[in-house]
Write a protein that binds this ligand. Structure first.
Ligand SMILES: Cc1cc2nc3c(=O)[nH]c(=O)nc-3n(C[C@H](O)[C@H](O)[C@H](O)COP(=O)(O)O)c2cc1C
Length: 269
């Protein structure tokens, strides 16, 4: 057998090929990382616009996303004080660009969250910080707020965005943009006709107690959203996460402070 056809030369050739290919794949992965991050950011921005009723995936081109999203301000919220986070708080917590801040990840990071006694929504812990997307009108005034919400569904975490009117009580839209629920069953939480049931529902009663709920299909009372038949477990998860995020451990103290014009004090109520 010539040296050219020996087992050793076959193995060496295979190894060199593997090495060259892995270097190429890694180089492409590293080279595309910022592009992937840009695409993920654009996708989230699109979902924020959908939640706010400012983008229709059926009729709008993705080229309008950047321009429409430009009317949004993004700010950190300190969920412990119920106020916008101050620069000092943001620096002390070591938080970076608010656009890249991942609330769900923070909820599972010990120094960015506090333990929850009763984690009904399957969040992990109470994140110390969240963020809000403020949609401004042509006059520069805030017209809507988009709040990130998430929690456990039947098969995994459900990630959504809830839009509130400037009255801080009326729901203007919801968008569950990432989940692991079964197509045709739990995944129907993404259907437009079902999401439309949320629009114009009031979050709170006059006394501040929670009014809005998502119920088992066929059992909704006035002011509640009827669930989806065949998807009771997913719907239970959606209601649990809604109650968490709009309750005392979530955004309620912040919304109360905004109503009382105290959210910019950094001190809470
Ligand atoms: C393969 C499979 C996938 C399922 N996926 C879901 C799901 O994504 N969400 C859900 O709520 N129920 C799902 N179910 C159904 C639940 O087990 C349960 O039957 C259902 O939530 C009950 O809803 P109902 O009370 O409206 O009938 C699935 C069941 C099977 C067998």
């Amino acid at each position: 057998m010539s040296a050219k056809n020996s087992n050793a030369s076959t193995i060496v050739t295979a190894l060199v090929l593997c090495l060259v290919c892995s270097v190429l794949v890694s180089a492409v992965a590293v080279g595309l990382k910022s592009k992937q991050q840009d695409n993920a950011r654009q996708d989230l921005n699109k979902n924020i616009l959908i939640a706010a009723g400012k983008f229709n995936p059926q009729t709008d081109s993705t080229s309008v996303i950047a321009e429409r999203f430009a009317s949004f301000d993004v700010r950190y919220i300190n969920l412990e004080t119920g106020a916008y986070a101050t620069d000092e708080e943001i620096a002390a917590a070591g938080l970076g660009d608010v656009n890249s801040y991942d609330v769900a990840k923070a909820a599972r990071t010990p120094n960015l969250s506090t333990p929850l006694e009763n984690d009904t929504a399957g969040i992990g812990g109470k994140p110390k910080f969240s963020k809000v997307y403020l949609a401004k009108g042509a006059d520069g005034n805030v017209e809507e707020l988009v709040l990130p919400i998430h929690g456990a569904g039947l098969w995994g975490q459900i990630y959504g965005l809830l839009t509130l009117d400037k009255d801080l009580n009326t729901i203007k839209g919801v968008n569950f943009y990432q989940h692991k629920e079964t197509p045709g069953l739990g995944s129907r939480i993404t259907d437009e006709p079902w999401r439309a049931l949320w629009v114009d529902k009031q979050l709170y009663n006059e006394d501040g107690s929670m009014k809005m709920a998502v119920t088992k299909a066929g059992t909704a009372k006035e002011g509640q959203v009827d669930g989806i038949s065949g998807a009771t477990l997913t719907i239970r998860g959606v209601n649990n996460l809604l109650q968490f995020w709009m309750g005392e451990n979530g955004y309620k103290p912040f919304l109360d402070n905004l109503k009382a014009n105290k959210a910019d004090s950094g001190q809470g109520a």
